[in-house]
Design a protein around this ligand. Sequence first.
Ligand code: NDP
Length: 317
Amino acid sequence: MSTERVKVFIIGSGPAGYTAAIYAARAGLKPVLYQGGQPGGQLTITTDVENFPGYPEGVMGPQLMMDLQKQAERFGADIRYGMVTRVDFSGWPHRLTVDERTEIEAESVIISTGASAKWLGLEDEQRLNGRGVSACAVCDGFFFRGQDVAIVGAGDTAAEEASYLSKLARKVYMIVRRDEMRASKIMQQRVKNAENIEILFNTETEKLIGADGLEKVIVRNNASGEKRELDVTGFFVAIGHQPNTDIFKDFLDRDESGYLKTVPGSSRTNVPGVFATGDAQDKIYRQAVTAAGSGCMGALDAEKFLAEKEMELAGQA
Ligand code: NDP
């Protein structure tokens, strides 16, 4: 196995990772960034992004991510395809393994691993994943043109995806577990105004039925106990996300939901030289622009750490 020494090592390629790469590259730190399993991150599976400053007409998510990558590469960031599979933050430099093949010795590490969709945990949910069950309406909605589908969740994501699906599908059932939705008023209104969306409040999913592909979903009203069969071929899960932080659990402090803990007002973790940015450490804002902002913090914190480390090592020499 080959070992490579890197000054700034960035894990993840969402807005946080690429922004960290832009700043670190412009500071002459020759960052190496591994993109992870979903190059470009969550924005690559969305359509219009209308709230990223600087785009008065909006921008498509995948385009925004390609632009961020190009901007980082323009300043010399080394962007690579690959997945960090192991880390060892017990000493310094930090040691990381990529795809079980490449050993990296990193003087500083910026974690921008983001978050992934949560699942309901129903029997048959994973078996039927890709055969009617999906966690991304924007990616898979197209396959259900003219069909009847259901979506679970009541946050902004579920509302946004229900509206998106309503333009493709014949009918959309929105399964909401409480008697109200968490989504913002404007998003709720959009869902309520769509003629082909039926909102099922106080409703939980009990069972998914289908051999090779989804055929039916059984739901239960949790107030009356009444069950109902929905004849749907698509079932979309939009119940939030969990941070991708498991590989760090032996070394870094996390909260009860798995988000990495940072020193307030900084990207510093409990390990010197390891910085956490973006959705991996943010359960409140979770926006592309806040992720980008925290990626910038990560790069500036890493730069400061490296300068201090250099002084410390020079003092010892
Ligand atoms: P949220 O955490 O906001 O919402 C998750 C939803 O899923 C909640 O309604 C929750 O129900 C429901 N839920 C959770 N677990 C289950 C379960 N086991 N069974 C049934 N329902 C369940 O996640 P989102 O992904 O919607 O949003 C994340 C963040 O991103 C938010 O801050 C949101 O505002 C933001 N966002 C903004 C957008 C925009 O501005 N354009 C678009 C998309 C997201 P309950 O309410 O009962 O807890």
